[in-house]
Design a binder for this molecule. Structure first.
Ligand code: SF4
Length: 444
């Protein structure tokens, strides 16, 4: 199973490029994790040290120096287990105190509390009890020393979690359905908010441990997820095409010669925009090297390197033309500024009009998406005209929030739009009681 986990993680590499790890069970738990990319960390010899017929793994976007704290994390104070989670437990320090475990990280504390609950309750009840104590959001997969695999998604469903199968047996859980496609499993459906699954060698059980209260992350559709994934029953690709159409309705550029989508995430936006405005679409750039998500790289140096590796322009496609660049999102504006500068000064592009397939990003994400602090977000401080001036573009427009909601096609009250509106959902408000830095971030 380690190899299935490996290929699944490769398919999910876009969700985090700082650390990765996996664990397996063959009557005992085996675990390996390290900083780095999936194909760098999981060498043949590492995979051979992960025997077993149950596996879980994770990639994360947050650097972690302590290898022991890289996911999957292990818990040892109750029923021994390994756990991979996506989300944020705001009250983990209080929980650590209550259960007398180290407050190393929220994932670690989540694992320890689950491990304690499993001492007294059956696994699906334990998930319900865990949820009662957690202030935050989670989608997790855990494997116990007894060989059980437990998967759960909190009632907000903020973080995606899907289930699939090989043949009739439901046995594959992942953040995105693209991981299933890669390993040849059949995607079935989302794990519902407030729902948990238990897999043992003999059975599969499913239980609603809390009433659903959906607050799906809108950023998944714009940026985070792969376009070949289905998130909350909705095709990410279709949402991105609808976003391109919305951009054309809201901010079409008259008389443009060519539309270019950059980076790859923005190509569906650009195709739909081009179709709707009858503007030719061209491949304006070729990526050199790996896909690096510059927005989530931790240092300025890495961000700059990321920008250089991202974009190598195709002169013939753009030189001397009036072009529309469609990007997926703008965080600090570094990439956009470099791109516009390169187009104008090195390639002699006549006009550059920038259209962004997401609304203005004005606030950090309390739930673990690596959006920088508010004072680094270009949209939080400048008008469209000012951003155009700073980046050197002729015009600059973001998608409206209404446009995004319509493109997703989910009622607005079922979405989290916090980083676009600055109004965070209720659980984040409660989280502020526990995390000073969150309070400062949101207030800032
Ligand atoms: S604040 Fe933004 S990135 Fe974070 S969960 Fe909400 S929509 Fe997603």
């Amino acid at each position: 199973m380690a190899r299935f986990a490996y290929y699944g993680l490769l398919a999910l590499q876009h969700r985090g490029q700082e650390t990765c790890g996996a664990a397996t069970w063959d009557k005992q738990l085996h675990r390996f994790s390290a900083p780095g990319l999936v194909d760098q960390v999981f060498t043949e010899s590492v995979l051979e040290k992960l025997p077993g017929w149950v596996a879980c793994g994770a990639v994360t976007a947050v650097p972690e120096k302590e290898v022991g704290l890289i996911q999957p994390v292990s818990a040892r104070t109750g029923v021994r287990l390994v756990l991979c989670t996506n989300g944020r437990v705001f009250n983990y320090r209080e929980l650590a105190q209550k259960y007398d475990v180290p407050a190393w990280s929220d994932a670690q504390v989540l694992a320890e509390v689950l491990s304690r609950k499993l001492q007294q309750s059956d696994p699906l009840e334990a998930v319900g009890e865990l949820h009662e104590e957690v202030v935050g959001t989670f989608s997790f997969v855990a494997i116990t020393e007894r060989g059980e695999l437990i998967a759960a998604r909190d009632p907000t469903g903020l973080k995606p979690l899907v289930i699939g199968s090989f043949g009739f047996d439901y046995g594959v859980i992942a953040s995105e359905s693209c991981a299933m496609d890669v390993i040849g499993a059949d995607f079935k459906h989302d794990i519902e908010p407030g729902e948990a699954y238990l897999f043992t060698p003999y059975s599969i059980e499913r239980k609603r441990f809390a009433e659903p209260n959906p607050r799906y992350c809108a950023f998944e559709y714009v940026y985070m997820a792969r376009p070949d994934s289905i998130i909350n029953g909705i095709s990410v690709y279709e949402v991105r095409m609808r976003i391109g159409e919305k951009l054309a309705e809201e901010a079409a550029v008259e008389g443009a010669d060519v539309v270019v989508g950059v980076p790859e995430t923005a190509i569906p936006f650009a195709m739909a925009y081009a179709n709707r405005t009858s503007t030719p679409i061209h491949m304006g750039f070729v990526r050199t090297g790996r896909r690096i998500r510059s927005a989530i790289k931790p240092t300025q140096f890495e961000r700059l390197v990321g920008v250089q590796l991202k974009l190598n322009p195709i002169r013939r496609a753009v030189a001397g033309k009036k072009i529309v660049i469609i990007d997926d999102s703008v965080v600090r504006g570094t990439t956009t500024k470099n791109t516009v500068n390169m187009l104008r000064n090195r390639l002699g592009v006549k006009e550059v009009h920038v259209r962004i397939g997401s609304p203005r990003l004005i606030a950090p994400c309390p739930f673990g998406v690596e959006v920088p602090a508010r004072d680094e977000l270009i949209a939080a401080h400048l008008t469209d005209e000012e951003v155009a001036a700073v980046t050197g573009a002729d015009t600059f427009c973001w998608l409206s929030i209404e446009g995004l909601v319509e493109a997703i096609g989910t009622p607005r009250e079922h979405l989290c739009l916090g980083c676009f509106t600055g109004q965070h959902i209720e659980v984040a408000q409660r989280g502020m009681e526990f995390l000073k830095e969150l309070k400062e971030a949101v207030a800032g």
